[in-house]
Design a protein around this ligand. Structure first.
Ligand SMILES: C[S@@+](CC[C@H](N)C(=O)[O-])C[C@H]1O[C@@H](n2cnc3c(N)ncnc32)[C@H](O)[C@@H]1O
Length: 363
């Protein structure tokens, strides 16, 4: 039982708690095979409409052309859920007679089986690896939609004694929080100088767990681009003094809640992404920041309205789905797109997805 494992490590950092709840190989939320997808009520852009994958395919094709159409070009995706984004991308590329090999990085056998089922028509084109350490050096594109919000985060709070980390303690009554010293020096460097403006009691999250994953991917990319799409903020917005309860959310049966200690291992835990952290990782590991904007303008720049006609009957339901992807009250403003690259001609125009808006300076 997960409770026993938590008890044996108590008190543990919130980051470790989140890691066990989501990724424990037997009892973690993802390892147990979550209810995702179009048939469930899990709500991400690829589950809203296939035009999202078609638009990304347009961006991938442009990247391929801008890199000089390398013969060994391939696509790598992580956090592929049930495989819908891969399906829609490959379907569109096939229509354009431009299929590329597609690798999914998937550590969980339960999710891999779901993806195999979704992608059975593309069988020879798709292969799986459990993580970036299994990749060979490659040329192409890495795509992650709503992957990074699932990486474990440290929880911190401002107290009269200064910044403290939140630890999870297992007691007779259940799970309790206690505060203690920051467990990693990087936490402090990430939130300074913003922490000086925070009121007492301010709580927020800091993700430091992404770096090994990013580093491994960057090491293996010979030439190409990373496309990250997620809900999040540039750092000054993330750590704004008014965002005093942070961004951590728990989802159970697809309803958001604020208590991460209910039903450990049975509810999804997520936190928004600090996109400035990704800019810094790009600089650290040799990728250039090529574009940053919200999902709405990104998709419109890629011609998503015309694409809707191409990939659907464009009836009332299709148009409603498109609105959900584009509008501020849907996913159009909450989700941001960051593209980072290596091997691009720096004198060229912006990538197609950033023709209407490029807000890199916010990072
Ligand atoms: C919120 S779901 C997103 C699913 C899908 N991308 C979508 O948009 O519908 C997050 C996914 O990230 C995966 N994930 C988390 N950490 C991962 C890692 N280190 N490597 C690969 N996948 C990971 C989880 O298994 C889960 O499938």
């Amino acid at each position: 039982m997960l409770e026993e494992i938590l008890k044996a490590e108590s008190p543990l950092t919130f980051e470790r708690y989140m890691k066990l709840c989501l990724y424990h190989e037997r009892y973690g939320y993802y390892a147990r095979g979550p209810r995702l997808g179009r048939k469930g009520d899990y709500f991400t852009s690829p589950t809203v409409h296939r035009v999202f994958g078609a638009a990304l395919a347009v961006q991938v094709l442009e990247i391929y052309e801008r890199l000089g159409e390398p013969p060994d070009f391939k696509i790598v995706e992580a956090g592929a859920g049930e495989g819908y984004l891969a399906l829609d991308l490959l379907t569109y590329l096939k229509k354009k007679d431009r299929l590329f090999p597609y690798t999914i990085l998937e550590p969980f056998p339960a999710l891999k089986s779901l993806q195999e089922e979704t992608l059975k028509d593309f069988e020879p084109w798709v292969n799986w690896r459990s993580g970036p350490e299994e990749l060979k050096p490659w040329v192409g594109v890495f795509i992650a939609n709503e992957l990074l919000d699932a990486f474990p985060v440290h929880l911190i709070t401002k107290t009269p004694e200064g910044l403290q980390e939140i630890y999870v303690k297992v007691t007779e009554e259940g799970l309790e929080e206690e505060t203690g010293a920051l467990s990693e020096p990087e936490i402090l460097s990430r939130v300074l100088p913003f922490a000086l403006t925070w009121p007492e009691g301010y709580r927020t999250e800091v993700c430091t767990s992404l770096e090994p994953f990013y580093k491994e991917l960057a090491k293996k990319l010979f030439k190409g681009a990373f496309i990250f799409i997620d809900y999040g903020f540039p750092r000054p917005d993330y750590y704004h003094p008014e965002r005093s309860r942070g961004t951590l959310l728990a989802y159970y049966r697809h309803r958001p809640g604020e208590n991460p200690y209910l039903r450990p291992g049975h509810q999804d835990l997520t936190a928004h992404v600090d996109f400035t952290y990704l800019r810094e990782l790009g600089e650290r590991y040799g990728l250039l920041n090529l574009g940053f904007t919200q999902q709405g303008p990104f998709l419109v720049s890629l011609g998503v309205e015309r694409l809707l006609e191409e990939v659907s009957a464009c009836d009332f339901r299709d148009r409603e789905a498109l609105k959900l992807l584009l509008l501020p009250e849907g996913l159009g403003h909450s989700h941001w797109v960051l593209v980072q690259g290596r091997g691009f001609d720096l004198h060229g125009p912006p990538l197609k997805g950033f023709t209407l808006s490029n807000r890199l300076r916010l990072l």
